[in-house]
Design a protein around this ligand. Sequence first.
Ligand code: ATP
Length: 350
Amino acid sequence: MKQIPALSIENLSILYPGGDAPAVRDVSFELAQGEIACLLGPSGCGKTTLLRAIAGFLMPSNGMIKLKGEKASEAGRVRSPENRNVGVVFQDYALFPHLSVRKNIEFGLHKRDEPEKKQRSGELLALIGLEALADRYPHELSGGQQQRVALARALAPKPTLILLDEPFSNLDVELKERLTFEVREILKAENMSAILVTHDQHEAFSMADRIGVMHAGELQQWGSSYSLYHQPNSRMVADFIGQGVFLPGRKTELGLQIELAHLRLTEDQLPSYDEFDVLIRPDDIIHDDASPMQAKVVRKAFRGADFLYTLELESGVQVLALVPSHHNHAIGEPIGIKLELDHVITFDRI
Ligand code: ATP
């Protein structure tokens, strides 16, 4: 039997009063119990609007939001944020400055008796690794510690769902990286369903089981980070997720031809359209000194474990290549490359 999803969004549209186009348009997806999803997309695409509607701060103009199978929002009717059992973690943490760490965590448990409160806050303090700081006040904590307390406070009443609105944007890169793993582990330990809004792809990749890419109010694709990167369903998603270039391709009798290679494809693998481009990711291009195909280094970015090279082919077309960083080549130097495509992704030429 299919489990009831923690959250179902059905054909949801949201139009702000006075707005001429909906900020969220006909969005549908489901989130299973214990699943972590991330809404990703360029500024203004509707991520925050969708998150606020799920929290109960905004009324849909169309469609429906269900929490554990029960209607929580539809046009004309919204169950209030306090009555929908959804926890929210804000960007600025919003901890109560006059309450200790323990009391902040216990805040949402006011209806429980004292021993139950102590038991749950103790459990969460252990989970976030801050037992020793239980009696401190928020101003005596680092940013990362405050973020963990905010998460524990949201988790305390065991909500149906937790919403995280750009939770790491005030933190430095190193701490952000560590916290994304920690927060994921904490959510998983509690089997908590969660939705995160972020601008940061790396954060989304390391946190989420599912990613929703939004553009102009619409959900372009809903899938795992791997499928978004390797099977983008539109040019917009291919462009937005990861890096890459589009090389013009043409059909041949045995497959298709692009500048770097001839790819053998069966009839059903070939695109239906005549004018198309093939997506080439930096990890599709392999540095190989023995290869007869040469490309000139025109730009390089050192990224620690690897270099991201911009390479120019003989025709002047540029491609990106990810190469282990002990292959340190100078600008202008020609290097041997070959193409290793696992899957061919083509898009209609625009
Ligand atoms: P960002 O990444 O910049 O936070 P976002 O993807 O979260 O962007 P939203 O804040 O959801 O985007 O905004 C979506 C659209 O709705 C934008 O065009 C924005 O101008 C509009 N919008 C947001 N809030 C309101 C509001 N209160 N009234 C009218 N329009 C709004």
